[in-house]
Design a protein around this ligand. Structure first.
Ligand SMILES: [Zn+2]
Length: 439
């Protein structure tokens, strides 16, 4: 008999943070899973930003297929900027109510490509029960109204659907207090939901998403004291699931497990505005940037081409590499010279560049920040003195990945869901693109 499966996604957890936690003796739940599983490092997508990464995990496909291009992007059809929450000032700058609707509803209902099948859709179409706890890529086939009175826009999620207290398929009694995020209240909410689900054995597949580590790592850097403390909260939230099953051994008797993060993080010291070198092109280009990735969009009638946009960044210490398309080729420009993207030595660069550029919502030029640098967001927000991510570079791109009871060797974050479907004996949809060794 096939075991049920829990997919645990710890936002922003680097391989080093995971390995330190396991060796420290202060993370009993993570240590237990590491001891009973197979551990490897996998690669994220580009840009290595959460909306892109979680969509990639859940659809088993890169941004070229699921169409979520970044944390902030230019919507060509609607001629407006879409901002999923780079910072509160950025949300306000993009229009607070529009940004909340984009983040909570439109990302799943409109921006996520219709034909990019989600893990919840694939499993539930095969008669299984899928559950999602706080993961922001949630599209399923069941209709939910918000728990807040007066809000009547519906969202479509899996059969068991929990989203920050705003949507809940079942009354779990989980307390929700977003105000004390620093104290771990968001992950405590996920843990309460997870405990309820495991106690009832109320799913075949659960996507369990913890965001507190990323938040702490942005504030104090990936090696900072806040991140260390946040790992203990991650461990407590994972431990809550093990306890709900009656203990760690009982948990593994019932469930297979995949534990991973969506992207890494690196320390940042300097902030720059990606808008500045393009300031004279008002009306011809739109620049969007957040964390360590940015994009330049050409507007209809623009007199510049992508190659010229790329050349404008020559000699800037804060640019590591830019990507653009020329015909069917992905061109990388680094240190003032063009080369095919597959000559880059960044992790999994060829595929990540190709799928990022194949996204119809991506800009004509994609910019990956140099080490130590971050792009200020729409509202001037940044994490200088702390941590960030988004680039094609190693530190932002490598993630820890533990599998228990799943017979596959995932190399990319997009390999996980195809492996989950194989685990359940469910056909992998054509939209998913697992690498060799998984499918
Ligand atoms: Zn982050």
């Amino acid at each position: 008999m096939r075991k049920k499966l829990v997919l645990m996604v710890v936002d922003g957890m680097t391989p080093a943070a995971f390995e330190r936690a396991v060796e420290s003796g202060h993370a009993p739940a993570l240590s237990f899973l590491a001891e009973h599983g197979e551990y490897r490092q996998a690669t994220s997508v580009f840009p290595s930003l959460t909306p892109v990464c979680l969509s990639s995990i859940v659809t088993g496909a890169g941004p070229g297929i699921h169409h979520i291009p970044s944390m902030v992007w230019w919507n060509r059809q609607e001629r407006r900027i879409v901002e999923y929450g780079s910072s509160f000032p950025a949300l306000r700058a993009a229009g607070l109510s529009q940004s909340l609707v984009d983040t909570i509803f439109n990302m799943n209902a409109r921006h996520l490509a219709r034909d990019a099948v989600t893990v919840y859709e694939a499993l539930e179409d095969a008669g299984l029960v899928a559950a999602a706890a706080n993961i922001t890529c949630y599209r399923g086939r069941h209709r939910y109204l918000p728990t807040l009175p007066g809000l009547n826009r519906a969202a479509y999620g899996p059969r068991r659907f929990f989203y920050y207290g705003l949507f809940e398929s079942d009354r779990t009694g989980a307390p929700f207090a977003v105000r004390s995020r620093r104290g771990g209240s968001v992950d405590a909410h996920a843990a309460a939901v997870g405990r309820w689900l495991v106690t009832r054995d109320g799913f075949d597949f659960l996507a369990y998403y913890l965001s507190g580590f990323d938040f702490a790592s942005h504030e104090g850097g990936p090696e900072g004291a806040a991140a260390e403390r946040a790992m203990e909260q991650v461990d407590a939230a994972v431990g809550a699931l093990l306890e709900a099953a009656g203990g760690p051994d009982e948990f593994l008797e019932r469930y297979a497990v995949v534990l991973l993060s969506d992207h890494g993080q690196t320390a940042v010291e300097h902030v720059v505005r990606l808008e500045a070198p393009f300031a004279d092109l008002a009306g011809e280009v739109v620049v969007t940037a957040s964390n360590r990735a940015g994009q330049v969009y050409l507007l209809p009638g623009a007199r510049v081409d992508p190659a010229e946009l790329a050349r404008r960044l020559d000699g800037e210490a804060w640019v590591d590499v830019t990507l653009r398309r020329e015909g069917d080729e992905a061109i990388a420009r680094k240190d003032g010279a063009d080369a095919p993207a597959d000559t880059l030595d960044h992790p999994d660069a060829a595929w990540r560049a190709r799928t990022a550029l194949a996204n119809p919502n991506a800009g004509e030029l994609l910019v990956s920040a140099a080490e130590g640098w971050e792009f200020g967001d729409l509202g001037g927000g940044h994490h200088a003195g702390g941590g960030s991510h988004g680039s094609l570079g190693r530190g932002d791109s490598l993630v820890p990945l533990v599998t228990i009871g799943v017979h596959a060797e995932p190399r990319r974050i997009t390999d996980v869901v195809p492996a989950v479907l194989e685990h359940f004996g469910v056909a992998v949809p054509d939209s998913m693109e697992a690498s060799a060794g998984v499918r």
